[in-house]
Design a binder for this molecule. Structure first.
Ligand code: ADP
Length: 738
């Protein structure tokens, strides 16, 4: 026989055509005619008619119910059909002096009559025990203790050597989560078993028929006979005696188990796990004990449902309180990154992850166990280009992003919450590969065993490898609670970011307003000062015409006159300065040659200079506002001339060059120069260096220049050395400003 894992999944186990031989089976139709019976019936019933098939069951009633009234089978069926067979099962009957249980169940339009010994191998009085067992089981509040107690109680009821509570994971493989065992046995707690140990269709069956007994793996199963013209296989879903698959028998034999009993544990109608019991010698448990154990299973199932819901609820509350705490911290700290990663409660507490990373405002903060920085940046790059959603999670990252296979041990599962795609800002949580967290049952290193009948697939190593392959690069799934929590956290982060951005925008707005107010203020003041100053100037000049005035008075009046000129000058400059703040740029392509030439011509006249002292190089065109640009050139060139009059020979040069992006103008002189300490301040309003002496000025010109240049999104800087001269450079952007 060639059996492999896939065979195992396809084997039709509910129609095996065989039963275990510790009992016998008769199947009747609605008219009580015998349609099937087990081959071993003659082992139990003497003086049987030669042919049972096709006979009315009444014909063997004296054999199967010595003290029962005639037609009792039919009556039991009528009653059971009306009230449920759990009311009639088990029916005690005497078969040739031995007490038997008759267990009746429906199978499509037929009825299974199963007869099995009425006495357990166990000597305990189940009925007495059950009440106490249940109250002890439920005594403790924690789920783990509930499971431990249940295992212990089942063990005491059925008296098996080992009782395990086995829980199924999402991928169908199972883990031993509680056990009760004889002291000489090794603990199997925490061991994992492959899903193939309990094939899919077996698990389906276990949802309907809640207990299974294999009384003795060493006895041969008995065939089921039917008439030659009957080709309908018998559905044994509800059977008690159903023979189990030879694969499973072999599996148990491999483990040295002689008898096995299992009880299904359901959670919301799905198979949550099993209470699996092993005995290392053959052991039959009678129907009543099995039913008691089943009751424990059912009570445990409903307790599980309740506790599991309660635990889910608690988990959800834990996540929720972590998110609440983080959101409070974000609003309080005003530093989102620190709020999410710097306190006791962090991003890691909002889901069940082993690592997390926050990529925010150009910094990467890692928590717990994460991939390396380079791996994270590769992952982010992939996310940016391949994941359109703002929220994304997978428990199989390597199959989505092959590179991640390299770090699947720490990040087979990721949950990504995108904060900003443009800025590449993310929160990413990591779950490790499931395989890393598992202790496999048996020794995975053990060589593959091939038994004489060719069954090799059930050796521990083979199952571990098969399982390893299916779960390679897979993490535990992200639960609904985790997803909800991460989504909530993201909306809290977004809210905090917006609050913060809002605060900055508000400050910006205020600053802008303050600037505007300052501009208006200086404009008004300057404007209003103009009249009184011109009045002073006119009156001073009238007074100066008086020829009889004392020389001392004339001197004073001349100083007043000069002072008013200076004030006027300053007022004009301040007005210019504030005007720049308020006026819009009127852009065009400007040829600075004309404005430079005009300025230079005026300067040559004013300062009475040789033409050769000012050199004009090439003058490339600039994108800008012509009026403002002429102010720039006039200011800088005037300064260069003004602060170099003492130089012999005086040299000022003006030249422009252009590259791909910019047009650069340099204006250099060989004059006073500026002390390095004062360099940063010369563009400030009213700032003049200490070395200017008598040289006239207001300290406004360069502030105006800087404002204009910046309005053009250009740059201005100066290189200078005291006593040697200064070079001002202005860089204008070439491409259109809008
Ligand atoms: P001012 O009206 O005083 O010239 P500016 O704002 O134009 O005002 O210049 C500010 C200060 O920068 C000047 O007072 C002077 O100290 C210094 N400065 C500007 N240009 C030069 C230069 N070419 N050489 C030396 N110092 C200069």
């Amino acid at each position: 026989m060639n059996i492999d894992l896939t065979n195992c999944d396809k084997e039709p186990i509910h129609i095996p055509g065989k039963i275990q031989s510790h009992g016998f089976l008769i199947v009747i139709d609605g008219g009580c005619i015998i349609q099937y019976h087990s081959e071993n019936i003659s082992d139990y019933l003497d003086d049987m008619p030669a042919e049972l098939l096709g006979r009315h069951v009444n014909s063997i009633e004296p054999l199967i119910g010595k003290n029962e009234p005639p037609d009792f089978i039919n009556q039991l069926i009528v009653f059971g059909r009306a009230n449920g067979f759990e009311q009639t099962n088990p029916f005690n009957t005497d078969i040739q002096g031995k007490l038997f249980h008759l267990i009746i169940s429906a199978s499509a339009d037929k009825y299974l009559l199963e007869f099995e010994p009425a006495r357990s191998d166990s000597r305990t009085d189940v009925h007495k025990m059950i009440g106490r067992s249940i109250s002890e089981m439920l005594a403790d509040k924690s789920l783990q203790n509930l499971l431990n107690n249940s295992a212990a109680q089942v063990k005491s009821i059925i008296g098996y050597d080992r009782v395990m509570i086995y829980r199924f994971a999402e991928d169908g493989h199972g883990e031993v989560i509680a056990e009760a065992r004889n002291p000489d046995l090794q603990s199997w707690l925490g061991l994992h078993y492959p899903a193939s140990d309990i094939p899919k269709q077996a698990r389906e069956l276990y949802k309907h028929n809640l207990t299974r007994l294999i009384a003795n793996v060493n006895t041969e199963a008995t065939g089921i006979l039917t008439s030659a013209d009957n080709d309908v296989p018998l559905d044994m879903t509800n059977s008690q005696l159903r023979a189990v698959s030879p694969i499973h028998i072999q599996y148990l034999k491999n483990m040295g188990v002689d008898s096995s009993f299992s009880i299904s544990l359901l959670y919301k109608k799905e198979l949550w796990g099993l209470i699996a019991c092993h005995n290392y010698s053959p052991r039959f448990i009678d129907y009543r004990s099995r039913e008691s154990a089943k009751l424990i299973g059912q009570i445990l199932s409903s307790a599980l449902e309740f506790r599991q819901d309660e635990e889910n609820q608690q988990l959800q509350e834990r996540y929720k309180s972590a998110v609440d705490q983080l959101s409070r911290l974000m609003l309080k700290d005003n530093n989102i990154e620190y709020a999410l990663t710097g306190h006791n409660v962090t991003l890691l507490n909002t889901v069940d992850a082993t690592g997390a990373v926050l990529i925010f405002e150009n910094s990467v903060t890692k928590l717990g166990i994460t991939p390396t920085d380079t791996q994270i940046s590769g992952l982010v790059h992939w996310l940016k280009n391949n994941v359109a959603e703002t929220f994304y999670y997978t428990s199989k990252l390597p199959s989505e992003f092959a590179e991640a296979a390299l770090y699947r041990d720490v990040a087979s599962g990721i949950m990504v919450s995108m904060l900003s795609r443009e800025l590449g800002e993310y929160v990413i949580w990591f779950k490790p590969e499931l395989r890393q967290t598992i202790t496999w049952a048996g020794n995975p290193e053990k060589p593959v065993e091939v038994t004489p009948d060719g069954i090799s697939h059930i050796s521990p190593r083979h199952s571990f490898e098969a399982w390893s392959q299916t779960v390679s690069g897979t993490s535990k799934k992200w639960t609904d609670e985790e997803v909800k929590s991460a989504v909530r956290l993201r909306s809290e982060i977004t809210y905090a970011i917006n609050q913060k951005a809002g605060a900055i925008r508000l400050l910006n707005e205020k600053l802008k307003q303050a600037y505007e107010e300052l501009d208006t203020f200086s404009f008004t003041i300057s404007h209003d000062l103009k009249n009184p100053i011109s009045t002073i100037k006119s009156f001073t000049q009238i007074l100066l015409r008086d020829v009889d005035m004392k020389p001392q008075t004339v001197k004073i009046l001349e100083r007043i006159n000069k002072g008013t000129d200076k004030m006027n000058n300053m007022i004009n400059e301040v007005l210019d300065y504030s005007r720049i703040g308020r006026s819009e740029l009127v852009l065009s392509e400007v040829d600075p040659a004309q404005m430079i030439n005009d300025t230079v011509r005026d300067l040559l006249l004013i300062y009475n200079l040789d033409e050769g002292s000012i050199n004009i190089g090439s003058t490339p065109k600039i994108q800008g506002d012509p009026v403002m640009l002429s102010q720039v050139f006039s200011n800088i060139i005037s300064n260069a001339v003004k602060y170099s009059t003492m130089a012999r020979p005086q040299r000022v040069s003006i030249a422009g060059i252009e590259n791909e992006e910019e047009v650069l103008y340099t204006i250099s002189d060989n004059g006073l120069g500026i002390d390095i300490k004062q360099l940063p301040r010369i563009f400030e309003l009213f700032h003049r260096t200490d070395n200017v002496g008598d040289i006239e000025g207001t300290g406004v010109g360069l502030a105006i220049v800087k404002r204009i240049v910046e309005k053009h999104r250009g740059k201005i800087w100066v290189d200078s050395e005291p006593g040697k001269g200064s070079t001002f450079t202005i860089a204008f952007k070439k491409q259109a400003l809008y």
